[in-house]
Ligand binder design. Structure first.
Ligand SMILES: Nc1ncnc2c1ncn2[C@@H]1O[C@H](COP(=O)(O)OP(=O)(O)O)[C@@H](O)[C@H]1O
Ligand SMILES: CC(=O)OP(=O)(O)O
Ligand SMILES: [Mg+2]
Length: 396
């Protein structure tokens, strides 16, 4: 039996699970949310115990230290030596990584090289990798890439309609993200529907701080809303999603900002935060809207409409749909977002049951009985996928 730490550094959170493998027995799990915002919060659960703490945490490095201290302080492990392998979520693997990989200095360098393509994520992922490599130098570590599951997309979905040499010379193509999460919920959906994955057409909506929608046909990702970087697709907590590319030079001309400044604005100051002018956190924006705030209403309408349209698009491109899956922070927890996304898809045979939908955070069907297309909430578990790959690749 091996004690494996699975680390998932998101753009605004650090989540981890300590798992006994290969049994997949949870020894502890926790998360630090709202990193860099006012009132970061740590939750830690082990056995029957649970603690919650309000903290001041400004970046991911601080979050990693705090997390490890909390494991020894609470005697969940005796010392850091009890951890036998560490798996890390890495958001962008570029063209180089089509599967998970054991981490070496060369791998760290390769992840660094593609960091500019995922500026909100790879730097946070690398911070986690470096912190663990420093503290546990003799333990194998494995990187699990968000991009890997999407490597099965057909060329017509991953190519941009630009001169072909841009693909050949610069690797300019759609990569897609959240692949570990989409893969996990796709497998769980097949179990819950009691049908083999080969027979299923699914649309998976990962709605967290980052948002992506994926078409899973027969168990394979065939299209996904994010692109060359996690900036593309739907509107998100702080990201714009798709915009007319001609806007970039236009905004540069009008405001005197550089291309880099504009991309930073699109990554960090747009989406729910930019339109509402209030917050990137869905809960805050919902609260404002409910209090009558017009900008918050518009921000949420853009957010849910985009996801709604992807469901229609992907059903059309797969020529059918068996189930829609909601997962990640918002998808698992916000009944109003789920309701607003599904509203108006009844013509496609998707019927949400409002009373069943009034729930959060557990695997459940929320469609009406007899709805031809099922609607599922499936809490994602990127961590267990990461631990499995750490076992597969870390110990050879
Ligand atoms: N109980 C809840 N109700 C509504 N939204 C929630 C709830 N809990 C978390 N969220 C939302 O989930 C989002 C963060 O999702 P998460 O998947 O944790 O993000 P990350 O991309 O950083 O991993 C935030 O917008 C937060 O408001
Ligand atoms: C790829 C991505 O957007 O990740 P997250 O949702 O964790 O920000
Ligand atoms: Mg996430």
């Amino acid at each position: 039996m091996s004690m494996i730490m699975a680390v998932n550094a998101g753009s605004s959170s650090l989540k981890f699970q300590l798992l006994r493998m290969p049994e997949e027995e949870l020894a502890a799990k926790g998360q630090i949310e709202r990193i860099g915002l006012d009132g970061a919060e740590m939750e830690l659960e082990w056995g029957e115990e649970e603690i919650q703490e309000q903290l001041d945490i400004s970046d991911h490095e601080e979050a990693v230290k705090k997390m490890l201290d909390s494991l020894t302080d609470n005697q969940i492990i005796n010392s850091l030596d009890d951890i036998e392998g560490v798996g890390h979520r890495v958001v962008h693997g570029g063209e180089k990584f089509a599967d998970s990989v054991k981490i070496t200095d060369d791998v760290v360098e390769a992840i660094e090289e593609v960091s500019e393509l995922a500026p909100l994520h790879n730097p946070a992922n690398l911070t986690g990798i470096r912190a663990f490599r420093d503290m546990l130098p003799n333990v194998p570590d494995v990187a699990v890439f968000d991009t890997a599951f999407h490597q099965t997309m057909p060329k017509s979905r991953y190519m941009y309609s630009v001169p072909y040499e841009y693909y050949e010379q610069y690797g300019i193509r759609k990569y897609g993200f959240h692949g570990t999460s989409h893969k996990y919920v796709g497998e769980r959906a097949a179990d819950l529907l009691d049908q083999p994955q080969e027979d299923l057409k699914l649309v998976s909506c990962h709605i967290g701080n980052g948002v992506s929608v994926t078409a899973i046909d027969g168990g394979f990702s065939v299209d996904t809303s994010m692109g060359f970087t996690p900036l593309a697709g739907t509107a998100m907590g702080t990201r714009s999603g798709n915009i007319d590319p001609a806007l970039i030079p236009y905004m540069m001309d009008k405001t005197g900002q550089s291309a880099g400044d504009i991309i930073t604005m699109l990554n960090k100051k747009s989406g729910l935060l930019g339109v509402s002018g209030a917050s990137s956190d869905l809960r805050d924006v919902e609260q404002k809207r409910n209090a009558g705030d017009e900008k918050a209403r518009t921000a949420l309408d853009i957010y849910t409409t985009r996801i709604h349209k992807y469901i229609g698009t992907y059903a059309a491109s797969m020529n059918g749909l068996d189930a829609v899956i909601f997962t990640a922070g918002v998808g698992e927890n916000s009944s109003t977002v789920r309701k607003e996304v599904i509203e108006g898809l009844e013509f496609m045979g998707i019927h949400l049951d409002e009373s069943k939908n009034d729930t959060r955070g557990e695997e459940t069907f929320v469609n009406k009985d007899g709805s031809p297309v099922k609607v599922l909430i499936i809490p994602t578990n990127e961590e267990v996928m990461i631990a499995r790959d750490t076992m597969r690749l870390g110990f050879d």
